[in-house]
Ligand binder design. Sequence first.
Ligand SMILES: O=P(O)(O)OC[C@H]1O[C@H](OP(=O)(O)OP(=O)(O)O)[C@H](O)[C@@H]1O
Ligand SMILES: NC(=O)CC[C@H](N)C(=O)O
Ligand SMILES: [Mg+2]
Length: 504
Amino acid sequence: MCGIVGLMANASVNQALYDALTVLQHRGQDAAGMMTWHEGRFLLRKSNGLVRDVFRTRHMQRLKGNMGIGHVRYPTAGSSSEAESQPFYVNSPYGITLAHNGNLTNSDQLKQELFSSDLRHINTSSDSEVLLNVFAHELGKQGMRLGAGDVFDAVRRVHRRCKGGYAAVSIINGTGLVAFRDPHGIRPACFGKRDSAEGVEYMIASESVALDVAGFELIRDLAPGEAVFIDMERELHTLQCADDPVLKPCIFEHVYLARPDSLLDGAYVYGTRMRMGEKLADKIVREWPEQDIDVVIPIPDTSRTSALELAQHLGVTYREGFMKNRYIGRTFIMPGQTLRKKSVRQKLNAIDIEFAGKNVLLVDDSIVRGTTCNEIIQMAREAGAKNVYFASAAPAVRYPNVYGIDMPAAEELIAHDRTEKEIADLIGADRLFYQDLDDLKDACREVNPALDEFDCSVFDGVYVTGDIDEAYLNDLRASRNDGAKSAGETHAVVDLHNDSEDLD
Ligand SMILES: O=P(O)(O)OC[C@H]1O[C@H](OP(=O)(O)OP(=O)(O)O)[C@H](O)[C@@H]1O
Ligand SMILES: NC(=O)CC[C@H](N)C(=O)O
Ligand SMILES: [Mg+2]
């Protein structure tokens, strides 16, 4: 779940792209990058780190141009080396740059095809470099002067070749800005416009908050399989490019990934999270009518919206019993279990008076590896809680994710192969409540009744692209489990076009 943004403006785009990336930071904290286009040349700055650390004034000054794309990365394929940060670039045909959110599930096969049939070399282990090269190869079949129809034909063939989850933004040298979304719309993407003295400007982004901060008015989400193309005259073209599109967006975006102030596929995440809280309260009352909860305490940040609504629905006091260190990022998307575990304690601290002698219900949006709840329950007990109950606004996460969330190995998930009773014992909770999957889906549908189906694979093991088998999951586990990642080499080939530190 990286963050992507693309901007076609009538003045310099560097600052607006920077601002957009800072509000998409929650989607990726490992690396950031920006590529702008100026007078026929691409200008790139990308590196590991947060947006504020990657872009210094000197980099911003070099990122000239009225058209550009940006990326914040949370790796789900390849390594976390700087060379695999995004955007990527290929010089042939035309000169193309691309930034990708998601994960291709047939990238090994595509890599093979690219090498043996398309005569293209992939220099990293990133699936995003594969996606760019497939797009480039398909564009190359269209001839010298590209029009909107040529771009859409190429995207159509990308959809036929690529499997998995992908939302991408791309610039074709001298031609325009392109964005496309996979035929299931697994990963989000939206676009909007803004008026300037010189005419209309367009922005495409993973989440609508990026548009808000830059003063763009949301036009709509990209439909699954749809492509958007803005030519050099700022003319907007859109076309459905998939043979069989059907919207099945990742429901985990609503649970955890997206910001609550974003509108995803016509549903405010804030609203879906509120309804998750209500439905979870109903379940608690159903299962435990004589409940003795004294106080409901959220685990900041993401669970706050659901927890407040849950408490109101239960008629129980809501208190902020954990203080969050605002300088520590999201722990779930940090690389490596040791860092994640240490960060929970650095990030959250208990306020003893809210716990002492009380029966507390701790609420989180989800329990994935169990890192957070293990630590937090211990902290609640150390703070003097009498009983510690735990509620998750999402159902039990039992299956790996293959579409752009780094959950590669079922054994790393605390709920895998365990009953709720076993999980409660393991995390040390006196009672444990999980949201039902149907309630989670209804929470989203109630906010936007047009939403019907979802990718719920982490909860039900159903992979909407239909191409995931045991062998794929075994390979994924072997290559990306925590042990494999920490033992892996970095393949740190710094991109030839990178504006790296030694040029300073
Ligand atoms: O069971 P786990 O493996 O610990 O994963 C789940 C936890 O991780 C996330 O929090 P995170 O700190 O990433 O971000 P937040 O501040 O947005 O809640 C999520 O909100 C849960 O609290
Ligand atoms: N989380 C993502 O969207 C990751 C994009 C891409 N698969 C990468 O690893 O860079
Ligand atoms: Mg959290």
